[in-house]
Design a protein around this ligand. Structure first.
Ligand code: B3K
Ligand code: ZN
Length: 876
């Protein structure tokens, strides 16, 4: 594929006025008739042809104003349709018929069949696999859809918008018509047909309109959609209350399918979901599953305004809808659950997924300027960093300023295909703020490094904070400008109280936000009568790496006293990281690992502090991961040494804290009927953390086996199974429990995904062989993305010692898998392949073997553009 540049953007030559589509569904020969009305845009060269996008299309007929077109006037190729000699200014109608094969569509882009259900995925460029079309997000049109299908097999015929009507069609068929009054781009088109069960409810909007809500799932699974329905209603209410956004159709539908490349898709009025993010009940879903369902249902619903009503002008603007919508779903979950715990989870995710992307060969700006394959830009940078950039706007402007800017954005751009510049301008116009320097966050890739030092002058009663920002070079961006970095902060006194920090020179401070705008800057606070402890980047107000040498005592002070619980957790993490990196270095050198008593002390104090919410304590006890440690080490990494070092710290903590953990384990048993609420989930998380440490201290699988037997929900069941598999892989209890789990959930593929993932993440070199044997399991399906991600993805992304085994065998296995998956499903293959993006951080012998595997992939026959793009960038 060729490279697409933002600088080359120009509007289409022809304006699309209307779209009428008729589908005659058939598993292998679906006929699609598209009637498209266009007119030439004013000022466009009257000789310019109409060029429509296609992908793998076969055309069987083409009419111009209802009359068969002279073949001399067009060129139809699988990837495009060019039509010449078109009217200078009057509207004209093109009728194109294409034949497509949904059964054979293993890419899961365009129209395909999943377990006998016809469904579509059109973002980013899937619509062109259905019919020839100006398949780009700035072409908005009103769609009418007719669906004709076999009645018995497809009682349900769905598309976007409102239902117009339906009727029988010949002896065995029927048809349905749908009309979506809201102009939309093709990537939001959806069609579903098949035989599904439904859960129904209604929602009354803020202006009193009743909206029918329907969630379609496989027959028999209806009870498992109840939580998703509840989350949907809460999302609709929250968007009205917090953003003033009301839903705009008479019906809102969600369909759950089992073969889906990502989480879900926000098609107008007809969201299509990976069933993993719809189906839940206590027996089969973990607390994390419930939280994910709530977040993703909300995310897709929120897209109705941020994405659908206001869409993107071009795909470079993807963060305009994704970053903003992630910010909205984060805020929603924070309001539904514990805000600080939610923030900690977000930051953990950002650091483990986005930071490595931003510091490696795939780094790109939140608003990129070129791409070879747009599907490879649905990244944590566009989504999560994009959300952080939105959050920083809110931090800089304050709650009211942010709200004014959002209101103006909705008012000014409703119905538009917009840009990041349009978005930022709304905040400037609504508040008078100058966001020119701030906008660099959209354009400069890389995680800013901020180095801080503080000096307290007792005689002058001043505290000087010196900050320096450094933005590392990233692909294509060797030199960077200093950014506007908003840092929430507090100066904390001896007794834990926050000192007045309003008298300041050297830079701008607004309320509790310090604005770092220069490359280096010293802020001097006056009237500070005793040496305070500085709490900086509270709430993770800026997505940066902070280098601030604080003493163990200062960190302990923050961990105990900061009113910002995110900052407390960060101080605990900052105390743990140096211990863990030292442990890794010691293990690498074959030396004994020393564990600091003060770290153990902080962790146990927090664990036992019943004033703190259990979910927070569980987060504190989940020490930085092996990949967090690898990142901190910054190169020449030996995953085995990191693992050994971290294990030694865990063992020391488990032994020192055995009595604390035993008390927690008894105290936090959750009794009564299962409830997925955040408080109960937090208690389960804390109790399961205690179970892990107790099992380590006891060196015996007995406790976990008992916990497994006693569990009445999937969280406890899967946690106990993980402890058994990861801590006691050779124990007879483990083999028996894995078998029992498999037998009990043999008919539930989503639960077996947990079974695959737990086994694929057993630390150690031997896991590769185990993964190979699991691929032969009758439960595995190489064509189902959820299965592939659970087994192969878990090994590659979440098992450092298994994936990076020293002999490189897992890398060559991985290369074979990528080459096997790619011809079927390029998006899945390309996404998996990013697991190797940090290969240059490995010690040289592993790095060399990883590179060989990448070269094997690069030389593969007929690589997709998706995989070619990733492998070329990773190797560059
Ligand atoms: N917008 C979709 C993602 C589409 C991915 C295309 N490769 C889901 C979401 O972000 O809500
Ligand atoms: Zn999204």
């Amino acid at each position: 594929g060729r490279i697409v540049h933002l600088a080359d953007y120009r509007p289409t030559d022809f304006v699309l006025e209307r779209v009428d589509l008729t589908f005659e569904l058939d598993p292998t020969e679906t006929k699609v008739e598209a009637r498209l009305i266009f007119h030439r845009r004013e000022g466009v060269d009257p000789a310019a042809p109409l060029v429509l996008d296609g992908d793998d299309l076969t055309m069987t007929s083409l009419l111009f104003d209802q009359i068969e077109m002279d073949p001399a006037r067009y060129t139809a190729l699988p990837e495009s349709l060019e039509i010449r000699d078109l009217p200078e200014s009057t509207p004209f109608e093109i009728t194109v018929v294409t034949m497509i094969n949904p059964e054979a569509n293993t890419q899961l882009m365009g129209l395909y069949r999943s377990n006998g259900i016809y469904c579509t995925q059109c973002e980013a460029e899937g619509f062109r696999r259905i019919t020839y079309f100006p398949d780009r997000p700035d072409v908005l049109a009103v769609y009418t859809i007719n669906i004709i299908a076999d009645k018995a097999a497809n009682p349900l015929l769905l598309s976007n918008g409102n239902f117009l009507g339906g009727a029988g069609f010949g002896p065995d068929k029927h048809f349905a018509a749908w009309f979506d009054p809201h102009p939309k781009p093709s990537y939001l088109f959806a069609l579903v047909a098949g035989d599904l069960g439904v859960v129904e409810d209604t929602f009354t909007t803020m202006t009193g309109r009743e909206v029918a809500l329907k969630i379609y799932v496989e027959h028999g699974k209806e009870p498992r959609a109840a939580y998703a329905m509840d989350a949907l209603k809460r999302s609709m209410k929250w968007d009205e209350e917090v953003f003033g956004r009301e839903y705009d159709l008479d019906i809102f539908m969600i369909v759950a399918v089992s073969n889906f490349n990502m989480g879900a898709m926000e098609n107008k009025g007809l969201n299509i979901f990976n069933d993993k993010y719809v189906l839940a009940d206590p027996e089969t879903a973990t607390d994390q599953d419930y939280a994910n369902i709530e977040a993703i249902i909300a995310h897709e619903y929120f897209h109705n305004w941020t994405g659908n009503r206001i869409t993107c002008r071009d795909w470079f603007q993807l963060c305009l809808k994704e970053g903003l919508t992630v910010y909205r779903d984060h805020e929603f979950s924070a309001d539904m659950r514990s805000r600080p715990v939610k923030r900690i989870a977000e930051v953990r995710h950002l650091r483990s997924e986005q930071f490595p992307e931003d510091s490696g060969p795939l780094a790109h700006p939140v608003r990129p300027t070129k791409y070879r394959e747009i599907n490879n830009f649905y990244t944590t940078t566009v989504y999560e960093k994009g959300s952080e950039v939105t959050r920083m706007i809110a931090t800089i402007l304050g709650r009211d300023g942010f709200k004014k800017g959002m209101d103006l954005y909705f008012e000014r751009h409703d119905g538009d295909a917009s840009t990041v510049e349009d978005f930022v301008k709304c905040f400037e116009d609504a508040t008078g703020a100058d966001l020119n320097q701030f906008a660099l966050w959209y354009h400069q890739a890389g995680t800013p490094q901020v180095t801080v030092s503080s000096v307290y002058d007792a005689a002058a009663s001043t505290l000087s904070l010196s900050l320096e920002q450094m933005l590392p070079a990233t692909p294509g961006q060797p030199n960077k400008e200093p950014m506007h970095i908003p840092l929430r902060f507090a100066l904390i006194g001896d007794n834990g109280a926050e000192l007045d920090a309003s008298i300041v020179t050297g830079g701008k401070v607004t309320a509790d936000v310090l604005h770092l705008t220069e490359r280096s800057q010293t802020f001097v606070f006056s009237g500070i009568s005793s040496r305070p402890v500085v709490s900086l980047n509270r709430g993770f107000s800026a997505p940066i790496t902070l280098h601030f040498e604080q003493s163990e005592a200062d960190l302990a002070h923050i961990a105990r006293h900061d009113s910002d619980h995110f900052a407390r957790w960060q101080a605990i993490t900052d105390s743990a990281l140096p211990v863990l990196t030292k442990a890794a270095r010691a293990a690498q050198a074959g030396e004994p690992v020393a564990v600091s008593a003060s770290l153990v002390d902080i962790l146990l104090t927090v664990a036992a502090d019943e004033e703190l919410e259990p979910a927070f304590r569980a987060q504190a006890l989940a020490l930085p991961s092996e990949s967090d440690i690898a990142r901190e080490l910054g190169g020449d990494n030996d995953p085995d040494a990191i693992h050994v070092g971290r294990e030694a710290v865990l063992v020391a903590l488990a032994k020192a804290g055995a009595s604390v953990f035993a008390a927690l384990y008894d105290r936090h048993a959750v009794t009564g009927a299962f409830s997925p609420d955040a408080a109960s989930a937090g208690r389960r998380a804390l109790r399961n953390a205690a179970l892990t440490f107790l099992s380590i201290a006891e060196g015996d699988p007995k406790r976990a086996a008992e916990a497994y037997a006693a569990a009445n929900n999937m969280t406890d069941l899967s946690q106990a199974l993980s402890v058994l598999a990861h801590r006691f892989p050779e124990a007879k209890e483990t083999a028996a429990t894995l078998q029992a789990f498999e037998a009990r959930f043999a008919d539930n593929p989503l639960v077996l995904d947990k079974w695959f993932a737990i086994q694929a993440t057993i630390p150690g070199a031997q896991t590769l062989e185990h993964v190979r044997s699991l691929m032969a399991s009758p439960h595995y399906a190489a064509g189902n993305p959820n299965r592939v991600r659970s087994l192969i993805g878990s090994l590659a992304f979440s098992n450092p010692t298994g994936f990076h085994r020293k002999d490189g065998a897992a890398y060559s296995f991985f290369a074979d898998q990528i080459l096997d998956i790619d011809p079927r499903n390029p998006q899945l293959a390309a996404r998996l392949l990013t697991a190797l993006r940090s290969w240059r951080m490995l010690e040289s012998s592993r790095a060399d073997k990883a590179r060989q595997a990448l070269v094997t992939i690069e030389r593969g026959p007929n690589l997709s553009t998706d995989v070619r793009d990733i492998v070329d960038r990773i190797l560059k």
